[in-house]
Design a protein around this ligand. Structure first.
Ligand SMILES: Cc1cc2nc3c(=O)[nH]c(=O)nc-3n(C[C@H](O)[C@H](O)[C@H](O)COP(=O)(O)OP(=O)(O)OC[C@H]3O[C@@H](n4cnc5c(N)ncnc54)[C@H](O)[C@@H]3O)c2cc1C
Length: 757
């Protein structure tokens, strides 16, 4: 809960990138958070990859999860805001980070740890035909596809050896060459690996002993090495060196040609070296700016320009960065100097359970060397796992967060559509109004309890309108605005009408400064207009106020044709198939996020589901003869279905095993986590007839999970259901036929079964 006085201004620290140093800053701040600081982490993807274990992953020694650092729960441990977007430019003078696809983010202090890209990508044909090892996340996914294809003989003939060319023989290139050689043999295929290096020898800059050992290991495995030659051009299946007519034939071409600066710095007009790395002082601050730091591969120390681009330096810079950031945030000027170590332990994984190492000009090899590397890597990774297998806090986060509130404690209420008055309270309040207003122009009003209102203008125009408001479900106002807009438009789509105009109702937090409120409103409206623009809705006005927290609402309108049948709640018919167009689970997922228990990939899936408009789903519903529809939001699937059934005086059988679930939601529900509004929604259960085994089904709690910007629930004639579902799935919806309607019986309206199929 924010307890700041109205005029307090927090210092904004923005961390760009989730590299090896920044995860240590998060770790340090989790132990002791810097006071009066709002921390924002900007990452292009919520999961960072630990490069040290990538060759082991290629060799088949590690699973992908073992090299992933999930930065979302790490950041949540310190109450940091996480923005998943690519930083495109940094305006140092205006103190803003410009992002791809959303408005810039302001900072007082910034730190950049975005790694590097691969050199030589502009060599003709490389982008089309080679597999660069950076960005690592993309490389990991792509190499997995290569192995899957190899397994099904898709690359090369099944009896022909697989030809692998690795370009670049630094540590990364040598390790990847060994790893591929091993993995492809393990897949039961013959393999020919060639390693190409433009310099005079492999492993430039490393000890002669290490080089000799690597050459010997390569010779033993039949890995060919070509040095002193540069790849000039690549075509499909062939890489051409200088003065080389025939080229090297390949099935797989790996591009590991050393680090190169990201375009971020060129676009930012910041001082860079000849390879595009931003120049920094020993304090890790940029040459010309005291309030901007840069670390890891992306930065070059002006005093030590030859420092290699290796993860070990990014790791060693982490504690110095954390300490220096802490000092500048406290107003200090005296900062620590970072001195790069002259020599460090380098370990090359040869993919076969062995490794080669060097330190202080000594070299060594053997299985024990791999075991040492494995131990070091796993120890590093273990530090950055804030959640255990049951999504509970580990030692990393328990220092500041514990496990968050449990069900029995006083809870901070969930936001989104989960923050509302229960269905029964709403009905009771309306029932107490003795005379509901009557007006012959009103087609759908308070008396009909539909998702929208519909009334006719004096000129005969049928206006369909709806108002929606919710409490912010996350601390990123841009996202809240975007999701809020999609969610508000959804009511109109649910009636088969196109939304046209919108007005905003925003309540801004009283705490903080005017400048902060202005920035929040800007971000929120930028998100809303982006979403509305995509839908062809014009935002025409609105109103702001201040209160204890951020609330966002929209009034949205569309126009129905004079003879158009609206997909009214009471128009559901008996014998119709019920189709749900989005997966359920946003309620429990955002509850987990509030508690720092949400994994990054789950967050991304939930977000992309909430940002998907219901426009296409509505048109598919209409094309397949839907008579009634609603959008599933705060009252959960059971609540919204019950309202529909009551309006049409029908009953329905719902197959709980058919409910689509968002990734992570079942695991969290299984661990006992619930949205704070779940209990209220579960009151619907009293009027349901439930097959005895159903409550034990893992999907059962999904019936009551409040949804934010959920999917459409509609009824179609049974004979059209499969075709409608097919079209929904083809257009990317996570849809399912969840049940069937029937005439209302004497007892309950909803019967819950578990399919035996
Ligand atoms: C195959 C391979 C094996 C390697 N093995 C080793 C090894 O064993 N030991 C070693 O010391 N080094 C190794 N390296 C080198 C090592 O990968 C790098 O030196 C190290 O990853 C750099 O760390 P970093 O923290 O600077 O950046 P990274 O680890 O690259 O992290 C950068 C982060 O920033 C994010 N990001 C990137 N761009 C943006 C953007 N524009 N906006 C927002 N976020 C962004 C990324 O998603 C990522 O999370 C290897 C390299 C490769 C290719």
């Amino acid at each position: 809960m924010n307890m700041r006085a109205p005029t307090d201004k927090q210092t904004d620290l923005v961390l760009v990138g989730g590299g090896h140093s920044h995860v240590q800053v998060l770790e340090s701040f989790a132990m002791e958070p810097p006071p009066d600081t709002r921390i924002t982490l900007i990452v292009d993807q919520p999961v960072a990859m630990y490069s040290g274990m990538v060759p082991g992953f290629v060799a088949g020694q590690y699973r992908q999860e073992e090299l992933e650092i999930d930065v979302l729960p790490l950041a949540r441990c310190i109450g940091a805001r996480v923005i998943v977007a690519r930083a495109a430019r940094l305006d140092a003078a205006a103190k803003r980070v410009h992002l791809v696809g959303r408005p810039p983010v302001a900072f007082d202090f910034a730190s950049i740890n975005v790694g590097s890209t691969v050199a030589g990508l502009s060599t003709p044909g490389v982008r089309e035909h080679a597999l660069p090892t950076r960005p690592i996340g993309k490389f990991v996914t792509r190499i997995d596809t290569v192995f899957a294809n190899l397994g099904s003989s898709g690359t090369g003939g099944a009896t022909e050896p697989v030809r692998v060319a690795v370009v670049g023989a630094g540590v990364g290139g040598v390790e990847v060459a060994f790893a591929l050689d091993h993995r492809i043999r393990e897949l039961g295929r013959a393999v020919e690996v060639i390693l190409v290096e433009s310099g005079p020898e492999i492993l430039p800059g490393y000890s002669a002993g290490m080089r000799r050992r690597a050459l010997r290991a390569a010779e033993k495995r039949g890995i060919r090495i070509v040095t002193g030659r540069r790849v000039r051009r690549v075509e499909s299946g062939r890489a051409f060196l200088e003065q080389d007519e025939d080229g090297i034939r390949f099935d797989i071409l790996l591009w590991v040609t050393g680090a190169f600066g990201q375009s971020l710095f060129r676009a930012s007009d910041l001082p860079t070296d000849e390879r595009g790395f931003v120049k920094i002082r020993s304090t890790l601050q940029l040459e010309d700016y005291d309030n901007i730091f840069a670390v890891g591969d992306c930065a070059t120390l002006t005093r030590h320009p030859q420092t290699p681009k290796a993860g070990v330096y990014a790791v060693r810079q982490g504690p110095v960065l954390a300490s220096n950031l802490r000092r500048v945030l406290a107003g200090g000027l005296l900062l620590d100097d970072y001195k790069p170590q002259h020599d460090f332990l380098t370990l090359i994984n040869t993919g076969d359970g062995s490794a080669i190492g060097t330190k202080w000009l000594l070299s060594f090899e053997g299985r024990w060397v791999f075991q040492l590397k494995d131990r070091i890597d796993r120890k590093f990774m273990h530090r950055f796992q804030p959640l255990d297998d049951t999504e509970h806090a580990t030692a990393f986060s328990s220092s500041t967060m514990g496990d968050g509130p449990d069900e029995t404690e006083t809870e901070t209420l969930c936001g989104g559509c989960a923050a509302k008055l229960g269905q029964q309270g709403l009905a009771r309040a309306l029932a107490r109004i003795e005379e509901l207003p009557e007006n012959s122009s009103v087609e759908l009003g308070l008396a009909q309890a539909d998702d929208v209102a519909c009334y006719t203008s004096p000129q005969g125009q049928r206006i369909v309108s709806s108002a929606d408001q919710f409490r912010a479900f996350t601390d990123d106002p841009y996202l809240v605005g975007r999701v809020g807009a999609v969610n508000a438009a959804s009511d109109i789509y649910a009636k088969g009408v196109t939304p046209r105009f919108a007005q905003a109702l925003v309540a801004l937090p009283e705490s903080g400064s005017d400048a902060e409120r202005e920035e929040t409103l800007f971000q929120l409206m930028a998100g809303a207009t982006a979403a509305f623009e995509e839908l062809g809705v014009t935002l025409v006005g609105g109103h702001t106020t201040t209160t204890t927290e951020l609330l966002v609402g929209f009034h949205v309108e569309g126009f129905a044709d004079p003879d158009q049948e609206l997909l009214r709640l009471d128009a559901l018919c008996p014998g119709q198939s019920l189709i749900l167009t989005k997966a359920l689970g946003t309620g429990v997922l955002f509850r987990a996020d509030m508690m720092g228990r949400l994994r990054g990939p789950w967050f991304e899936e939930a977000l992309s589901s909430m940002l998907r408009p219901n426009r296409k789903a509505a048109s598919i519903a209409r094309e397949h003869g839907a008579s009634a529809a609603t959008d599933v939001t705060g009252f959960g699937l059971a609540g919204h279905l019950a309202t529909m059934l009551r309006a049409a005086d029908l009953a329905a059988m719902v197959n709980v095993s058919a409910l689509p679930a968002l990734p992570g939601s079942l695991k969290l529900l299984g661990a006992g986590l619930r949205s704070t509004f779940h209990k209220e929604n579960a009151k619907t259960e009293r009027g349901m007839e439930i097959e005895s085994a159903a409550p034990q089904h893992p999907k059962f709690p999904l019936l009551f999970d409040p949804q934010t910007s959920g999917g459409l629930l509609f009824g179609v004639p049974q004979e059209n259901a499969e075709a409608a579902l097919d079209e929904l799935l083809k257009s990317g919806h996570c849809a399912s036929i969840i049940g069937i309607t029937s005439e209302a019986g004497p007892d309950s309206r909803i019967r819950i079964s578990i399919s035996r199929s």
